[in-house]
Design a protein around this ligand. Structure first.
Ligand SMILES: C[S@@+](CC[C@H](N)C(=O)[O-])C[C@H]1O[C@@H](n2cnc3c(N)ncnc32)[C@H](O)[C@@H]1O
Length: 354
């Protein structure tokens, strides 16, 4: 990973947003061109890059989409059609480079537009001349994607003086839009790249939020929060946070929304049973389970019992990993996989103060 987001975050990036807006770089426009729902375009960009990489065209928004969303190579003459100030900004902020032969331009980052906000983040794959190569690294800042949207849709309304904590903030895509309605927005992440990208994205979108490079375990918070969000990397991380992090970080009367992909075992009976088995919080925490419809991260009992594979799934990065994934679920006695949001409210303190 050669791109340095810390350097990007040192700039005032508001002009970048203006230039992207002027170029008409909107997800809706790109999705309309491809006859896709905007969310489906963002949900699985690697697959869409493979299928639609060549069909976006060469308008300014399409060139930006090919560079920063579909992670494809774009011939130099097509990039020259962008406004000179945008080209200058893209090179000036090191967001693009020329390929070795000097014939194509390659993005160094992704840039995703969601509801008028622009999010710069790492690239998770590269489409080099029709072949998509996945790049996985531990310290990576994930661009907004299907899991982010599942949680974003469930976020509860915040009041103007409320404080928000975005655990595992990634690109900042969950918390930056809340800066308009909440009092104080704080994001934390164990990835230094995520924190730097979040800071850059706050600057790009002209909003104020505080981002810290720290895991929730060591986050020495001066306060408790009214709303806590966590789009967790996995089930274990999610329940550890719920059991050990919420009692310390969630204010009495506050609410937490934690998204995870939950394995359901035969003895659990259903997802509620799995959540009961894994949660260990006191009675003042009311834990409700929300399950987004048609999640690309869920796997029904039938599929797991009888084999086969859903037409589309985001449960594995590569198609070749599918059988090994299903075998490991069966070995562990998992009968169903459900993408869920734990919607947790904390009651007012009882007489003991708990
Ligand atoms: C699935 S990504 C979500 C990113 C972003 N919130 C979104 O929805 O697009 C999970 C994030 O949690 C971060 N993370 C993992 N363990 C963490 C911990 N213990 N404390 C804080 N962040 C953590 C990862 O670095 C990653 O950025």
């Amino acid at each position: 990973m050669t791109f340095d987001p810390e350097q990007l975050a040192e700039h005032d990036l508001r002009p970048l947003r203006e230039l992207l807006l002027d170029a008409g770089y909107r997800t809706e426009t790109l999705a309309g061109h491809l006859r896709l729902h905007p969310e489906m375009l963002l949900a699985d960009t690697a697959r869409n890059s493979l299928i639609h990489g060549d069909s976006l065209g060469s308008s300014p928004s399409a060139v930006l989409g090919r560079l920063f969303l579909l992670c494809a190579l774009v011939p130099v003459p097509e990039v020259r059609k962008l406004s000179s100030s945008l080209i200058q900004a893209l090179y000036g902020y090191n967001l693009v480079r020329a390929d070795a032969a000097g014939r194509h331009v390659v993005g160094n980052v992704t840039i995703t537009e969601v509801d008028g906000f622009y999010y710069v983040a790492d690239r998770l794959f590269e489409n080099t001349s029709g072949a998509v190569g996945v790049t996985i690294s531990s310290d990576v800042c994930m661009p907004p994607h299907a899991s982010s949207f599942e949680l974003a849709k469930a976020i509860s309304v915040v009041s103007p003086d409320s404080s928000v904590l975005d655990v595992g903030c990634g690109s900042g895509c969950l918390s930056l839009p809340l800066t308009a309605s909440a009092g104080l927005v704080t994001g934390i992440d164990t990835s230094s790249r995520a924190v730097a990208f979040s800071r850059a994205n706050a600057s790009c979108n002209g909003v104020t939020a505080r981002f810290e490079h720290v895991g929730w375990e060591k986050f020495d918070s001066p306060e408790q929060y009214d709303l806590i969000l966590y789009n967790s990397p996995d089930e274990r991380a999610a329940f550890e946070f719920v059991n050990d992090g919420l009692p310390r970080l969630l204010r009495h009367g506050g609410r937490a929304q934690v998204r995870l992909v939950c394995d359901i075992h035969a003895e659990d009976r259903d997802v509620q049973g799995a959540v009961r088995r894994m949660t260990n919080v006191g009675p003042q925490f009311d834990v409700r389970v929300l399950a987004p419809d048609d999640s690309l991260f869920s796997l029904g009992r039938d599929v797991l019992a009888h084999g086969g594979r859903p037409a589309r799934t985001l449960l594995v990065e590569r198609h070749s990993e599918w059988q090994a994934y299903v075998d490991s679920l069966r070995r562990r006695g998992v009968v169903e996989v459900a993408s869920i949001i734990l919607d947790i409210t904390r009651g007012r303190p009882g007489p003991s103060g708990q």
